[in-house]
Design a protein around this ligand. Sequence first.
Ligand SMILES: NC(=O)c1ccc[n+]([C@@H]2O[C@H](COP(=O)([O-])OP(=O)(O)OC[C@H]3O[C@@H](n4cnc5c(N)ncnc54)[C@H](O)[C@@H]3O)[C@@H](O)[C@H]2O)c1
Length: 437
Amino acid sequence: MAKKAKIKSAKGKLGVLLPGMGSVATTFIAGVIAVRKGISQPIGSYTQMGRIRLGKRTEARSPKIKEFVPLTDLNDIVFGGWDVYKDNVYKAAVHAKVLDKDLLDQIKDELKLIKPMKAVFDKNYVKRLDGKHIKKEKTKMDLAKALMQDIKDFKKANGCSRLVMVWCGSTEIYMEEAPCHRTIKALEKGLRENDENIPPSMIYAYAAIKMGVPYANGAPNLSADIPALVELAKKSGVPIGGKDFKTGQTLMKTILTPGFKARSLGVNGWFSTNILGNRDGAVLDDPDNFKTKEVSKLGVIEHILKPKENPELYGNIYHKVRINYYPPRGDNKEGWDNIDIAGWLGYPMQIKVDFLCRDSILAAPIVLDLALLLDLASRSNLGGIQEWLGFFFKSPQTKKGLPPQHDLFKQLMKINNTLRYLKGEELITHLGMDYYY
Ligand SMILES: NC(=O)c1ccc[n+]([C@@H]2O[C@H](COP(=O)([O-])OP(=O)(O)OC[C@H]3O[C@@H](n4cnc5c(N)ncnc54)[C@H](O)[C@@H]3O)[C@@H](O)[C@H]2O)c1
């Protein structure tokens, strides 16, 4: 057996802090409480429902992930967060219309007690929101300090032994790396001088990492994906991960594309369109905010198919993604894909996918898994970017210069092998040598 990593105990309460308490965050919170009460099952959660094979196939050892690695028990999670609207989680969940009112009413008392703290918010980065529940400090550094104070106060008031933060806030406008993002010193100067290249999500990420709180980014915003914060996370041994929860259409793309590639089928075009009617859809209706999402969604196919390496199969691929705000659908998104593929001798074929999905139902288990696994990473002394958590992201954050891995099955192998490594189990490469004579 390989050497085991030292993993600190998962005893004590884990505070899960959520900047943005809208559809995804409230569906996650209500879901965990419903599971705790035995009302529902945590379907879609890798840590709660998934199993991992250990040792040789003949050993028949396949424990659940939550039985294999020491994770926080769902009963030990406490929830907190910030939002620009001051609705408690019950009210926000009713507004989001993701979960049935019947279910929410069964856990109403607990949900009503969870109230968002005042947000760090600036309308310049999310034009379609108009909340008033926001902090008034003058500089971005003062805002970061106010968040750090919130974090300290929350930890004390709830008797938490550990915390993690998962960004569930809106998608901010498209931004690229700027000089103030390059070093910790430059970022701190920018925070003091209110540099416009520092959006709210970056202020939350800075505050979290400074406080030793692991941070995951569920939106495509730059947030912690800048050299300064990567350096700070590495230096302070704080695990970070991002970006953009992998749900819906992109999940389907990273399931289907590896299949086409594996069978050397050509892909000539991929047209994707969505109708979506929740608040996220309204925010993404603004072209500057959509651009951030578009960049996150577009990379996936190209990274898996590698058109430059395989010009005969993928050299002319035309990939288009659209999101249309359509209020009647609420959170129940419909994602259509038309895929033009090519087979033997170039003969064309088409595949149509119509995914009538529920956005927040797909995202909520990812919030849970990220919170539990980031906490595990922290207790295992893993700091900096956690590439093994790329399984959960549309646009996995990597070390500078490294291409991301988008193939869901390679990502699964990586996450499973990381857990095997932490527990001193043999890594499984599927390289059985018994057919050589
Ligand atoms: N639902 C999915 O499948 C999915 C998938 C990938 C990514 N995401 C991303 O997750 C995020 C949340 O999605 P959602 O459907 O819950 O959206 P939502 O609009 O219902 O909730 C976002 C919440 O964040 C709040 N907010 C915005 N800026 C804030 C700030 N600076 N501080 C605190 N709160 C702030 C808003 O008031 C809102 O309540 C979005 O960025 C979305 O793009 C969602």
